[in-house]
Design a protein around this ligand. Structure first.
Ligand code: SF4
Ligand code: SF4
Length: 251
């Protein structure tokens, strides 16, 4: 069998998830030996023509050109995997979905009439079929390596659906809410980061998006007990994944 080809694509994003791929170091070398990197402009200008076996897509759809290009990427890809909060939920740039984009453009650009932008920032899955999603801002490199390795081995990637709280318990991290009264979205946030923020004594702010079965009323009561107002709770829910927490579990 020919060596499978891997392509990496960028849409509206900060490149942080692609950098996580470059940051895989030894793991990446092991994977790189088993795939042919055919398109990865962050790493090389050497581009092979499609179709591609696996496409990793970073970033959200924010322009009419993006909306057209993602359809081309889908047509050229056997498996399409979205990477990061931008690609899976619209990202921080989707904060504009709840505002007037014309106002923003006028405030930021001297000549906004030259902009060709959509009123919203939307996840890739709102435009084309997606085979797997890796969450986080940025993604966790262990999840990335697990996903690529699993697909090369012909099995489903083992990706968690439980919450960050489980990871705190697993690594013996003292609960920041109970011990210090810190607000934390860990009980309703998807695991994957290894409970990074609580391990450093601060609450989770939900960059991996909602876990599969979040208990929103219990979480809201916990956040109110730490002193957050309902407005603060709405804001923290919207930081990385905009409406995802509210849609997953309306309070
Ligand atoms: S998800 Fe976060 S790290 Fe990844 S591209 Fe978007 S803003 Fe950057
Ligand atoms: S603890 Fe929460 S905010 Fe911190 S990296 Fe993990 S998911 Fe993101």
């Amino acid at each position: 069998m020919d060596t499978p080809t891997l392509a990496v694509w960028k849409f509206a994003s900060c490149d942080g998830c692609q950098l996580s791929l470059l940051d895989c170091e030894d793991d990446l070398l092991a994977v790189a030996g088993r795939v042919r990197i055919a398109h990865f402009l962050e790493a090389s200008s050497d581009v092979l023509p499609g179709p591609y076996d696996i496409s990793l897509v970073e970033g959200s759809i924010t322009t009419p050109g993006d909306a057209e290009r993602i359809r081309q990427v889908r047509a050229e890809s056997r498996l399409l995997i979205t990477i990061g909060a931008c690609a899976t939920a619209g990202g921080i740039q989707a904060l504009r979905n709840q505002a007037d984009i014309t106002e923003y453009a006028r405030a930021v650009y001297a000549r906004p009439e030259y902009l060709r932008t959509l009123a919203t920032s939307t996840p890739i899955a709102a435009h084309v079929d997606v085979d797997y999603e890796l969450h986080g801002c940025p993604i966790d490199r262990r999840q990335l390596v697990e996903t690529i390795s699993a697909l090369l081995a012909g099995r489903r990637p083992a990706l968690p659906a439980h919450s960050v709280c489980f990871e705190c318990k697993r690594r013996n991290t003292v609960c920041v809410v109970v011990a210090r009264g810190e607000p934390c979205l860990g009980p309703v946030t998807r695991a994957g980061c290894g409970a990074l923020c609580p391990a450093f004594g601060r609450g989770c702010f939900g960059c991996f998006g909602p876990a599969e079965t979040p208990n929103a009323p219990a979480e809201a009561a916990l956040l109110r007990a730490t002193g957050m107002s309902d407005d603060d709770i709405r804001r923290i829910h919207r930081t990385f994944t905009v409406a995802a927490f509210e849609e997953a579990a309306p309070s």
